[in-house]
Write a protein that binds this ligand. Structure first.
Ligand SMILES: Cc1cc2nc3c(=O)[nH]c(=O)nc-3n(C[C@H](O)[C@H](O)[C@H](O)COP(=O)(O)O)c2cc1C
Length: 244
């Protein structure tokens, strides 16, 4: 499957409409902040000039539902899934999303802006596996949609394999890996290969896919699906996702 990944401040319904096409299977709204800590962090990021989606946590479910309705009404025949990427600090933060009508909720253990790290969300969750596990347990027990965990590989002092193994005992459907490697401008295909060999989950490979060759390399390394973010802004995605 082919996916458009989250880009905070960019991937709203207006942006995503162009990707409701036969060669795209999942489009992602967000990232959104679903509690006061992450909301305040997002506001601080905006204050220093970066784009973010600023929606109050108590209004988030209604906002997402409205975005989903706009998309579905725009192209009722499109059969793909709509995902929402969510930043949270605690399991209970996801209470705000009980009534969301998205197909997939993606727990964000990925963002690493200083404000998000200070709020103890995003990538910070990778270093606090008990809290991450409590969040995964909560969303599995309480949300009715499919679930994904988005995380970065090759983070200092983080045992990626331990996290992948922890996820194995929960009924989440997707593991979405940003296979970045510090100092390298291409995805770490070895880590995709390693993860694909130890997980039964649907593995979405991400990072620096800009050409059809990058896409094929990601698939050949064991990814079940491939996601792109920056290339959705400035590359020919029909060429990237072409059937060869
Ligand atoms: C402007 C921008 C905003 C992003 N916001 C988010 C986000 O809110 N949540 C998230 O999980 N990833 C976010 N990402 C990361 C992307 O989803 C993706 O993992 C990363 O850019 C690497 O993939 P790419 O090489 O295809 O761009 C963002 C990336 C960019 C460029």
């Amino acid at each position: 499957m082919n996916m458009i990944a989250a880009m905070a401040g960019i991937t709203d319904s207006n942006f995503l409409k162009q990707y409701m096409k036969d060669n795209i299977d999942i489009i992602t709204l967000g990232g959104y902040s679903c509690d006061n800590e992450t909301y305040n962090a997002a506001r601080k990021i905006v204050d220093r000039g970066r784009c973010e989606f600023i929606v109050k946590p108590e209004d988030l479910a209604d906002h997402i539902n409205c975005e989903v309705n706009k998309l579905r009404n725009y192209k009722p025949k499109w059969k793909g899934k709509i995902c929402a990427n969510i930043r949270a600090t605690n399991p209970e933060s996801f209470k705000n999303l009980d009534n969301c009508n998205v197909d997939i909720i993606e727990v964000n253990a990925h963002c690493r802006q200083p404000e998000m790290i200070k709020a103890k969300t995003g990538q910070t969750l990778l270093g606090d596996i008990k809290r991450l596990e409590a969040i995964i347990e909560y969303v599995c027990d309480n949300l009715k949609c499919e679930l994904s965990l988005k995380m970065r590989a090759n983070v200092d002092n983080i045992d990626t394999i331990e996290i992948i193994e922890m996820l194995e005992s929960y009924p989440i459907q997707y593991i979405h890996i940003d296979a970045m490697k510090p100092g390298v401008m291409m995805a770490d295909l070895d880590i995709i290969n390693t993860i694909s060999n130890i997980t039964s989950k649907h593995l979405i490979g991400n990072n620096s896919v800009k050409t059809h060759k990058d896409y094929i390399n990601m698939i050949n390394s064991g990814a079940d699906s491939v996601s792109i973010a920056r290339a959705a802004v400035n590359c020919d995605i029909d060429e990237i996702f072409r059937i060869s």
